[in-house]
Design a protein around this ligand. Structure first.
Ligand SMILES: Nc1nc2c(ncn2[C@@H]2O[C@H](COP(=O)(O)OP(=O)(O)OP(=O)(O)O)[C@@H](O)[C@H]2O)c(=O)[nH]1
Ligand SMILES: [Mg+2]
Length: 439
């Protein structure tokens, strides 16, 4: 996510840290470079100007330059200002006191509205809500079908009616939600290539009929300033309440993420980070600022782990580690848990220092996991529990069975034995008694 931007910021700060003593001249040089980086990322020029002024005011202070770690202080100031620029604190969606809560997604064609509606329904369902999806995009029959397919995948009801008008479908949906006890209703609306009068009229009509608690402007995060301009046009007619940035998993430059809040005064509430239905994150401005500056996002990483990792299994594993009884079976289980957390590249991107350049140089290969899985799958239960019995002929059999080579099997076993040895040594040193595993 925003890899290029991260790389550039890392470059700017590396230079700053390289100076023995930091003077005002170095600070203004750094600011000039940050200005260039932001403009290249397609951030709105007025936003850039204000941003640089805000950082300058704080960074030029005598205290910063006289401090023991001036470079760190300046990075911290940039971090905090970036977070402020993107809204400061997280803004959750507003829920109605009397259900159903009505959430309406609007935006240009192909921005990711329908996908977002599916993702949001899935997220809310996991939180114990009972959502209803309403297809008000009646431009093309395929649009409603797309929503129905999504609904089926996540087992969420979908209402639409190709013979009605969009506003009537929404009203019917509302009625249905009330009757059937849906506490949230999510409206998917039509998009257009460009902002146009008839679409706006249609959306305004729906807004006036249903008075949604949230109108979320869905913008393609890859499009930079174009997204911001479209946002302004939608804001004028619809006065939306929040923004969703999609496709942030691609190589978005960051312009939309960094400008849209400042320009529209409406918070970013979610970001889409993939095509799959679980690829929707709540937007945290401070965490995003950390990611952009290559500081990683440890909080999100831990949250992801907590969601995916079975606590009971984790405790059992910890016991085994303490007794150095960690078998290949356990190893296999670990891989399954890691896989549940998402693609490796996404996880590594959240680790401190792994955002920009570092990530580029590592080949993040989910296929390696698949290979290890295949190898372990081809072992007998006895072999998994006691890998020391795996001799030459067994290795050959396992390699053949898993479609890998004997070298692959050797490498896996070597890694396993090295780990085993490490755990034993840690045991001898009484390491576990000093360590509280975070799980
Ligand atoms: N990589 C990635 N792709 C996304 C994301 N969100 C949506 N997409 C893809 O973008 C394309 C358009 O998404 P839709 O949800 O159909 O967009 P829409 O706004 O409903 O489009 P219209 O109904 O035609 O106006 C689809 O191929 C989606 O899979 C995301 O966060 N990441
Ligand atoms: Mg759509």
């Amino acid at each position: 996510m925003l890899q290029e931007l991260t790389e550039k910021f890392e470059g700017v700060f590396r230079k700053l840290k390289g100076h023995g003593k930091i003077t005002e001249k170095h600070v203004s040089e750094t600011l000039r470079e940050i200005r260039r980086v932001l403009l290249e990322a397609d951030v709105n020029y007025k936003v850039v100007k204000q941003f640089i002024a805000a950082v300058q005011e704080k960074a030029i202070g005598v205290e910063v330059l006289r401090s023991v770690t001036p470079a760190q202080q300046i990075i911290k100031i940039v971090h905090d200002e970036l977070a402020a620029l993107m809204g400061g604190t997280e803004t959750p969606i507003r829920m109605a006191n009397i259900p159903p809560t009505v959430i309406m997604a609007v935006g240009l064609q192909g921005s990711g509205k329908t996908t977002f509606c599916g993702k949001l329904a899935y997220k809310l369902k996991k939180q114990g809500k009972h959502p209803l999806l309403v297809g008000a995009d009646l431009q093309r029959p395929a649009a409603v079908e797309q929503l129905r397919v999504l609904g089926k995948q996540i087992d969420v009801a979908v209402h639409s009616d190709l013979k009605s008008r969009p506003m009537d479908v929404c009203k019917q949906g509302f009625q249905l939600a009330r009757e059937r006890g849906h506490d949230v209703m999510i409206l998917d609306t039509a998009g257009r290539l460009h902002v146009d009068q008839s679409l706006m009229d249609e959306l305004v009509e729906i807004k006036e009929a249903l008075n949604p608690h949230e109108i979320l402007f869905v913008a393609d995060g890859m499009t930079g300033q174009d997204a911001v301009n479209a946002a302004l046009a939608f804001q004028e007619r619809l006065d939306f309440t929040g923004v969703v940035l999609t496709k942030m998993d691609g190589d978005a430059r960051g312009g939309a993420a960094l400008s849209i809040k400042a320009v529209t005064q409406r918070p970013i509430k979610f970001i889409g980070v993939g095509e799959k239905l679980d690829a929707l994150e709540n937007f945290h401005p401070d965490r995003m600022a950390s990611r952009i500056l290559g500081m990683g996002d440890v909080v999100s990483l831990v949250e992801k782990a907590q969601e995916a990792i079975d606590q009971e299994k984790a405790r059992k594993l910890e016991k085994k580690l303490r007794r150095a009884e960690f078998t290949l079976e356990d190893f296999y289980e670990q891989i399954q848990q890691v896989k549940k957390m998402g693609p490796l590249s996404q996880l590594i991107g959240m680790m401190p220092g792994m955002g920009g350049k570092a990530l580029k140089n590592i080949e993040v290969d989910d296929r390696a996991l698949v290979r290890i899985e295949a190898i372990i799958n081809s072992m007998t239960p006895e072999e998994r529990r006691r890998p020391q019995i795996i001799n030459g002929s067994r290795r050959l059999r396992i390699a053949r069975g898993s479609g890998t080579t004997v070298q692959d099997v050797n490498q896996l076993l070597k890694q396993y034995f090295a780990m085993q040895k490490m755990f034993k040594q840690l045991n001898k040193k009484g390491f576990w008694n000093k360590l509280q595993l975070p799980l």
